[in-house]
Design a binder for this molecule. Sequence first.
Ligand code: MLT
Length: 275
Amino acid sequence: MQSKVANLPTRSVRYLEAGSGAPVVLLHAFPLHAEQWLPQLSRLPPRVRGLAPDLRGFRGSPPFVGGESPDVTMDTYARDVLEFMLHMDVPRATIVGLSMGGYVALALWRRAPQRVTGLVLANTRASAETAEARAARDRLMQLAEADGAAGVAQAMLPRLLGETTRREQPDLSDVVGEMIRANGRSGLQAAMRAMRDRPDSTPTLATITCPTTIIASDEDAVIPAAETQAMRAAIRGAQLLVLPRAGHLSNLESPLAFNDALYRAITTPPTWTSN
Ligand code: MLT
């Protein structure tokens, strides 16, 4: 699939696009990029338009332009996605975010709920970083400074893929490693800072009034099951689907099951009730 570039008034965004119809915007995890969504974009349900941008600083979207500060927050990414949507003539969309993409999806909901027709929150959480997680983030930032994306790939890969995937699909590790190494150091560092300092989105969950599907997987070493359960309990009417034999990158590890869950989320979204 050929990538494209959207030249927004203030910045350029590299993205992948497939299908036509109801828009679905797919937000990738850290430290990946838009190609993470190839298994979904290549098998979209009928009458669905899928758009997957590289978030700012990932692969083909520059980290900052002109005199912009290199510092970003989840809100910066959310604003970028909203600008991208407008540019693509997409006033409202189903927003799908996996892990960091989910952090961005929640920031986007806070900023512009009227632009969201539905949410799919995959392998993600609402809570802010613990002191321990912040310290780990600092160590990974130092590693990125010394060894760039290759160092980040080496450090993160073992946690990103589930045990079953590592055993049964050994090649996927190379594919994900290649994706990570396509990213530049400064974009990765900016994203790590943004994740480290992100606000607690737990209070946001009770404000969600659009149909929401939560996707988790039973071999996810990054997101504890308790975080997923807490999100489901706090979002009214949210539906939870747990994919078996998949790790953190569930959409890549178990694409058929993920696509099925996505299909259901788009075509028969859970209903939201005000009671
Ligand atoms: C991701 O997959 O986006 C990251 O693992 C999220 C995180 O490190 O918090």
